[in-house]
Design a protein around this ligand. Structure first.
Ligand SMILES: Cc1cc2nc3c(=O)[nH]c(=O)nc-3n(C[C@H](O)[C@H](O)[C@H](O)COP(=O)(O)OP(=O)(O)OC[C@H]3O[C@@H](n4cnc5c(N)ncnc54)[C@H](O)[C@@H]3O)c2cc1C
Length: 361
């Protein structure tokens, strides 16, 4: 193949595809509308979840050909606060998640992936917004509409390393809030699944809650906001482009853990080009069952609210959290039966996204 494969969007999904293609000697050209990778994010900490598969996520990434040249810190424990009960401690013998940094900053996942791709000879074209693309391009342009919003801040602190999650509708409507601290740097955010006009109020309550509960000192506060998209559709091959990451709606609808979907879908799109295998076949086998399950999980959380959160907190603290979450993140017969009801509950949003995506690369 002489002409480089066009990749639109230098997020984790697009760059993962570039790394895999380059490892197989296939030339790639990645177009990014901003001057560098990671401009959408703010140097904040995010969690690369490590519960949805039995193999460790870091080993899975290495198996795909993605090295760990970015901050990637295992967290084995944390605490969970739910309204109406005492905080619980959650701990596992394996990392529950890996803390990574996101954005256009040194040591971030984004800059690490860019460096790996460049070292392998990938060509980056920055400051170039793509509106149209040749056949068999890979399209990883990120979220297109807000199903979830996050409002938060990064800061410096003298506080110790910690991970705290809060499930309380007063702080994040139908969502959750989190606090992550690593070596004097921290991130806290409130993630909302509705009532987006309450974002300022949610931010204020979240900030007050964490300051009060953890007595953490906060300096150099920098606020940020972001959003995420989730939808399901039958084909991810549109206008002969292979859609990956959040531009394909690949997102964990329960809590917004989209990084794994992004990296894995980039890998699958690259495989489809390298091996001549239908991309729809690959993502439907590898991603669809978990995507659908996440929709059902979100439906259940919205139905059962506070009682559901209390059940969750008790289970997370009394059993191995990774095993418990793996069971609930993966396909089951019961969840399969609930899927049509969950789909119906969210059908309006799905239809709107499909319309938006017909316009957007
Ligand atoms: C505040 C916040 C916290 C989050 N926390 C977590 C977490 O803890 N764990 C987790 O797993 N996930 C988390 N996520 C989700 C995760 O960040 C995303 O799912 C992931 O980054 C999606 O990767 P992507 O490659 O699909 O898209 P993106 O990371 O959005 O990358 C898309 C890239 O395409 C570029 N682009 C867009 N349009 C064009 C165009 N027309 N031409 C050229 N370039 C274009 C964009 O500038 C961008 O660089 C969080 C998201 C937010 C906003």
């Amino acid at each position: 193949m002489n002409e480089p494969v066009t990749i639109v969007g230098a997020g984790p999904a697009g760059i993962a595809a570039a790394i895999v293609l380059r490892r197989h000697g296939i030339p790639v050209r990645i177009f990014e509308k901003y001057p560098d990778v990671g401009y959408r994010l703010s140097g904040d900490f995010q969690g690369l979840e490590n519960w949805s598969t039995e193999p460790d996520v870091v080993e899975l990434l290495k198996g795909m050909g993605i090295g760990i040249n970015f901050l990637c810190v295992p967290y084995y424990s944390g605490s969970v606060h739910v309204s109406g009960m005492d905080a619980v401690k959650v701990a596992s013998g394996r990392p529950i998640f890996y803390l990574v940094r996101r954005g256009a900053v040194p040591g971030s996942l984004d800059t690490g992936l860019r460096e790996q791709a460049m070292a392998l000879g990938a060509e980056f074209v920055f400051n170039h917004r793509v509106n149209d693309f040749p056949d068999m391009s890979i399209v990883g342009t990120g979220p297109t509409a807000a199903d979830i919003i996050a409002v938060g801040m990064t800061f410096t602190t003298t506080g110790e390393d910690m991970a705290v999650a809060v499930f309380d509708d007063e702080i994040a409507l139908r969502g959750y809030a989190y606090l992550l601290v690593h070596r004097g740097f921290g991130t806290m955010a409130s993630v909302l699944y509705g009532d987006f006009h309450r974002e300022k109020e949610s931010f204020a309550r979240m900030s007050e809650f964490f300051r009060g509960k953890t007595a953490i000192d906060i300096r150099d506060e920098k606020r940020f906001a972001g959003y995420g998209t989730f939808f399901l559709r039958n084909s991810q091959i549109l206008r002969k482009g292979l859609y990956v990451g959040e531009s394909a709606g690949f997102q964990d609808y329960l809590w917004g853990f989209g990084m794994r979907y992004a990296l894995l879908s980039g890998f699958l799109a690259a495989r489809s080009i390298m091996e001549g295998v239908d991309y729809d076949l690959l993502w439907k086998r590898e991603l669809k069952p978990m995507l659908e399950t996440s929709l059902v999980n979100r439906f259940l959380v919205e139905r059962f609210g506070g009682a559901g959160y209390r059940y969750l907190a008790r289970k997370l603290s009394s059993s191995d959290p990774c095993e418990f979450l793996r069971r609930h993140y993966n396909h089951s017969f019961g969840k399969h039966l609930l899927l049509p009801i969950a789909k119906r509950a969210f059908r309006n949003r799905t239809r709107l996204h499909n319309m938006a995506l017909r316009r957007d690369p």
